[in-house]
Write a protein that binds this ligand. Structure first.
Ligand SMILES: *[C@@H]1O[C@H](CO)[C@@H](O)[C@H](O)[C@H]1NC(C)=O
Ligand SMILES: *[C@@H]1O[C@H](CO)[C@@H](O)[C@H](O)[C@H]1NC(C)=O
Length: 224
């Protein structure tokens, strides 16, 4: 009897559609529209993802992009990096596949500062240069490695991580694969000190154990 029940449960669990989890969010949030919103302003509507064209209209070009061929310009960025991403606009065939590719260019002594991707794990392959990479887990333990060309490193989903170019002569180039078509990126320094509107000074003073002038200086340095 117990065996039969167990078997039934297992069989039910294996039939797709009977037991499914909620879809993963593809945006930071998706506020439910009220009845009538759609009719009032159809162009202001978002869905969790992007609609698809008819499969009969699909062509090979929808699955190809050269967007990662060109280096990003790192001089315009205060941290000395530039990330170029595939997305559903420059690579429409990636829609619903749960994938993003990133080209990461990092200037001499530049870095991708501590940041996280709320919706994706990431694996980075270093093509050129020397990088010190690392992430911090939720117990605040640091995992760090020095990468040479050909080396790869995994950044687990949602954890704060960084990539720092320690090469003395050459810029660094890496490619990353991320398992979401919209990984999202939140740079810790900007989220805390350059949000719009600003987080209350008292909160930042206490959170970072600094004075009001420090808050002002950091905010100004980060363009907040
Ligand atoms: C990244 O590089 C591209 C191509 O050179 C440039 O158009 C873009 O402004 C750069 N982005 C940043 C944030 O500097
Ligand atoms: C890179 O960006 C800088 C600063 O915005 C600009 O002066 C320079 O012309 C750009 N270089 C290229 C190759 O686009």
């Amino acid at each position: 009897m117990i065996m039969k029940r167990l078997l039934q449960t297992l069989v039910l669990a294996c039939i797709p559609g009977i037991i499914t989890s909620d879809p993963e969010p593809l945006q930071d949030f998706c506020i439910a529209a009220a009845p009538g919103d759609m009719a009032a302003n159809p162009h202001s509507m978002f869905i969790n993802g992007s609609p698809c064209i008819s499969p009969t209209l699909a062509g090979s070009a929808h699955f190809m992009t050269s967007v990662l061929a060109k280096p990003g310009n790192t001089s315009a960025n205060p941290f000395g990096f530039n990330v170029t991403l595939t997305n559903i606009r420059n690579l429409p065939g990636v829609n619903t596949q749960g994938l993003t590719m990133a080209r990461v260019d990092i200037a001499l002594h530049g870095q991708v500062p501590p940041h996280s991707h709320p919706r994706a794990s990431e694996v980075t392959l270093l093509l050129k240069g020397t990088l010190l990479v690392g992430f911090v887990d939720t117990s605040n333990k640091l995992f760090t490695q020095q990468l040479r060309p050909g080396d790869s490193f995994v950044f687990p989903k949602g954890l704060t991580h960084f990539l720092y170019n320690i090469d003395t002569v050459s810029p660094a180039v890496a490619v990353s694969g991320l398992n979401s078509q919209n990984p999202g990126a939140q740079i810790v320094a900007l989220a805390t000190f350059a949000s719009k509107p600003s987080i209350l000074d008292e909160v930042l003073k206490k959170a970072f154990m600094i004075g009001g002038q420090d808050v002002e200086r950091i905010r100004k340095n980060l363009g907040g």
